[in-house]
Design a protein around this ligand. Sequence first.
Ligand code: SF4
Length: 704
Amino acid sequence: MTTTVSTTCPYCGVGCGVNVTLPAQPNGVVPPVSGDSAHPANFGRLCVKGSSLAQTLNSDDRLLVPHVAGHATTWDNAIDTVANKISQVVKEHGADAFAFYLSGQILTEDYYVANKLAKGFIGTANVDTNSRLCMASAVVGYKRAFGSDTVPCNYNDLEQCDLLIMVGSNAAWTHPILFQRIVAAKKQRPEMKVVVIDPRATATCDIADLHLAIRPGSDAAIFSFLLQESARLGLVDRDFIAQHTSHFQATLQQAIESTPDLSTTAEFCGLEEAQLATLCEWWASQDKTVTFYSQGVNQSSSGVDKCNAIINCHLATARLGKEGAGPFSITGQPNAMGGREVGGLANQLAAHMDFATPGALDLVQRFWQAPNMATQNGLKAVDLFQAVEEGKVKVLWIMSTNPMVSLPDTAQVKRALEKCELVIVSDCKAHTDTTVMADVLLPATGWSEKNGTVTNSERRISRQRGLLPPPGEAKHDWWAICEVAKALGFEAAFDYQGVHEIFAEHAALSAFENEGKRDFDIGHYRHISQREYDAFTPTQWPVPEGRPEGTERMFSDGHFFTGDGRAQFIPIKPSLPVQQTTEKWPFVLNTGRVRDQWHTMTRTGDAASLAKHTGQPYVALHPTDAQRLGINEGTLTRISSAYGEVRVKATLSNASPPGQVFVPIHWTQQFANAAVVSNLIPQTVDHLSGQPESKHAVVQLEAI
Ligand code: SF4
């Protein structure tokens, strides 16, 4: 007899539902995996990564027991070691000597207890996450415009729009099921226009009616020009602007000054005038427009401004809060949004409240009955690792992420971890580039073993469900955090009898003294029972008391979560990436994903079939550059920047123009020596979001 369990894919932010059919015997070999036809994200479809999930189970590199100082030990000893060291450094150096570095891979409940422990009980806001690398700029963009981190759209809008503008996204490879939905919609309605704005010709361009291969980083200029064209052509919705927004005239004036005409803007963006004119023409003729944006926008030193340049255009034409319209950021990770919901970023407090939100500190303190509230923002990822190297942060707990590969300037990250007095790493895997830096290793449960919730890119909360028993002594991350909290003396506040109690508390906090003041409210779940949690069906927040069906689309009523309820236009002056090419560093380096790998390959690297598409790291460069440098297909090539070097084989490609090269992000020292592309990336960040400019560095190339 078999049983089918519905869970959620652990990879990208599409958040597809997955059905796993379990053998009747718990020691059965590999359970079949299929798409969940009842899940509204994917309706039964899975991409190749999702369909290969079964191959990633039963890894022979699982971390099975805790380790302290390189020796296997008991959980009791590991917990005591961690708690004692936290106590010591907090007593001697203050609460900010401790930090969490979390992950968009962990579940909302894990995030919730980590955030509560740090911000309410230890007293530090040093809780940051690899989501900083993913969507921090989108968060700040939404907050500046709407007063809240609210994604207005849903996936149906992508199928219902007449014009889809995809900016800085290779969704065909990075969000494949959403892309398949778009492809199907376009096939059904060939008149639906798709524009791709990307310096590189990617697989996503296969469905583009117009590809704007812009100068890297010039995205904001396009939307600045679109704003002033909207005004010139009479497309702006004067009533909506008057009733629901502020600062339109100043924003329009800035747009006119920054991008005065077609020819100047086209030149700045490296486009033909006719290309930009076509975009304007389609923008003018199609009211139902979605602008879909991802890492090409966010991973930029001006990522927030790019987001607001996009949102400005939608506000000016009232293209949001309606079917088939809105600015739509797509998260990279399965739970990048769940982390935001609990406050799992150093510049957030909890439940979509910030430290600066009037009354929030007092509210959260009373709700948690917290003895040691942090009172101000903590350190964002890059600043955090710099503080570790400077000796200001002395205990760092890294959970479910691989910063030795993913953070920019990995040489600096290594120096920081070597300097840190205690590095705690919670992971499923025994051997990663980061686990080798740990003083304490905590074996974590992984996908298929954990229970909890995740939120996908359209605000839809879904369950991940435990299917298999944890191997060895692997434990859930929330359990390990609560045990450390109890060892620190906070027994009552962290004495959960099950993960559903954490979710219920998170829901109760979201609704606490809310009364419609804040966007994030899932109060309907505040008394959720174990049975109801087990039966949870995917639902889009807000889900306030009395609205169990959730909320499909936001801002349909023209009300925003700013102080005066009006959306804010933000004047934008387009800028270019901080690093520009020089004689010494003549190439622009772009980074991104390949189709069948995920992040630093700690899971997808276990699936043999996923290596068939792209089996090794590479640098893609234009044939003209290759010829000039004496590089042929397969030539081992050294790529150097001011920060480090990598050595990978070359592949010749017309996807990027001469002068631009592309290297994928996945390969680690574990898989391919000297192929960690983050070695080359500077720690340049957007000054508002702290998100690194990971898609832009200047480098030189030579054949080895
Ligand atoms: Fe998983 Fe994303 Fe593929 Fe869906 S599209 S199956 S969430 S990797």
